[in-house]
Each structure stands twice: as structure tokens, then as C-alpha cells.
Design a protein around this ligand. Structure first.
Ligand code: SF4
Length: 247
């Protein structure tokens, strides 16, 4: 399926969080609408594909809209949203991103995430969490050093398994080795790294896998399905090929 790439101008870029994310940050920020990793391993169980408001009926992984004025929108909203975040949750925290990946390959041309990071250096939140499924996260090491001087910064790198190929599922957007190497690069630069094993998929050598995590990360989060997927009876996950592949 060819990827449809478009550009848009958004009115707002900071979204006040709801649900589970409220325990993590006051706001989320999506430099893109859609995600070009939608047909990769993480896209199989990706919750965003069920959000019809966001997909507007298009197949998940089939579209990517670059929000070209994201940095300008951030600067315009900053003061009001900082005030709201501090008043409601004690701090102004940004999760980038919860419904796309800030480092999709198209970022090389679009540079939306880069411009957002530059705006963040000028107008920092209290906390910035950068979530990704790809080694491409290391592209902006110089910017991260500046961001880390302005606010609390941490990276969440998702690594769901120790295998690049799981029967019945597509390959990941970035190999396990590349993501571990990216985590090591960030950590060596003095940045805080959390590995998110999310969702937890079959692991061939669990002891080795978690030793590797211990060697490259400050913390680990394991999202194990046991408490569901945010819907009654795990309906979201049941609509995907994951249960069959897991069995
Ligand atoms: S990178 Fe994130 S938003 Fe994109 S398909 Fe994977 S899980 Fe979904």
C-alpha cells in the first residue's frame, strides 16, 4: 500500500492529556498525523488505528500528514498551556508522541520534529518525554543536550521482543540491535533512557534480553496485556492479528 504524504497547518499542537496519559504528562504533542510505521510490527497492535477521529477512515500506516507549523503553534500556545499544566497537574509535561513517531523516515525531509525541539529549547516545558520505536531518535543529539539543560528530559524507546521476526507478524521499523544501540548512544550522552517493552511479545532469551536492558537503560516499563488494553474485554487487541500470532 503506497504511503500518502501530505502537509497541514494546525491550529493547536499541544493536546491536554486524558486517560492513562494524565499520569505521565499534562500534554501530548504529535508532529505528524498518522504514522509511517503503521505496517511494521508496532503498528499491528497500535491503539491509534482504532481512533476514527484521527484516521478519518484511512488505513493505518497508509497516510502521514506533516504538521508543518507545529513549532509556531507550540510557541503561540506555550504560555497558556504552561499555566494550565502547572495549575492542573503541578507541572507542564509533554509526551512526544502518543499517536505517531517523531522520527518517521520522512522527518529527514519534513523536519517538523527538529523545529519543535528548537522551539522547546527556547520555551521549555518542565518535563519532556520523547517516545519512539526507531534508532533514528539519535539524529538530534546536539538538540537534546540543549533541551536537557532547560528541562527534565527522558527517552522511551520501545523494544517489544528480542527477535526481529515473529511468526505471523511483520518486521519492526527498526531492528532490535539498532534500537539497543540508539539507547546506548543516548545514555552515553548523559541522557535518561527508559526501555518500554510494550506490548510484551514472546522473548526467546529473557535473561539475556533483560540483562541487555539493564546495561543500556535507566528503567524499564513492561506492558503485559494482563490489565487489558484500555477497552472492555481487550476489544482493541482482539481486532488485530496479535492474539492469533501470540497463540
Ligand atoms: S510508532 Fe507508535 S504510533 Fe506509529 S504505528 Fe508504531 S505504535 Fe503506532
Amino acid at each position: 500500500m503506497p504511503l500518502q504524504i501530505t502537509e497541514s497547518q494546525v491550529r493547536r499542537i499541544l493536546t491536554r492529556t486524558s486517560g492513562f496519559l494524565t499520569t505521565v504528562s499534562s500534554h501530548s504533542l504529535q508532529p505528524y498525523r498518522g504514522c509511517s510505521f503503521g505496517n511494521a510490527l508496532c503498528g499491528v497492535g497500535c491503539y491509534v488505528q482504532h481512533n476514527r477521529w484521527l484516521t478519518r477512515g484511512a488505513p493505518w500506516g497508509g497516510f502521514l500528514e506533516a504538521r508543518t507549523n507545529a513549532a509556531e503553534a507550540y510557541r503561540a500556545e506555550y504560555t497558556a498551556e504552561q499555566r494550565w499544566g502547572r495549575r492542573s497537574g503541578g507541572q507542564f509535561g509533554i509526551f512526544m508522541s502518543s499517536s505517531t513517531d517523531p522520527f518517521v523516515p520522512q522527518e529527514d525531509n519534513c523536519r517538523v520534529t527538529q523545529r519543535v525541539l528548537e522551539a522547546i529549547i527556547d520555551m521549555p516545558p518542565d518535563v519532556l518525554i520523547i517516545q519512539t520505536h526507531t534508532h533514528r531518535v539519535v539524529s538530534y543529539l546536539d538538540l537534546y543536550r540543549q533541551v536537557a539543560g532547560q528541562c527534565m528530559l527522558r527517552f522511551h524507546i520501545s523494544i517489544e521482543s528480542d527477535r526481529d521476526r515473529l511468526p505471523g507478524l511483520p518486521p519492526p521499523a527498526s531492528s532490535v540491535t539498532c534500537r539497543f544501540e540508539a539507547a546506548a548512544v543516548l545514555r552515553a550522552a548523559g541522557l535518561r533512557v527508559v526501555i518500554t517493552v510494550s506490548p510484551l511479545l514472546p522473548i526467546e532469551q529473557p535473561h539475556e534480553f533483560f540483562k541487555r536492558i539493564a546495561a543500556t537503560a535507566d528503567a524499564v516499563v513492561i506492558d503485559h496485556f494482563i490489565e487489558g488494553d484500555g477497552t472492555l474485554n481487550g476489544m482493541r487487541t482482539l481486532q488485530t492479528p496479535l492474539p492469533q500470532a501470540m497463540s
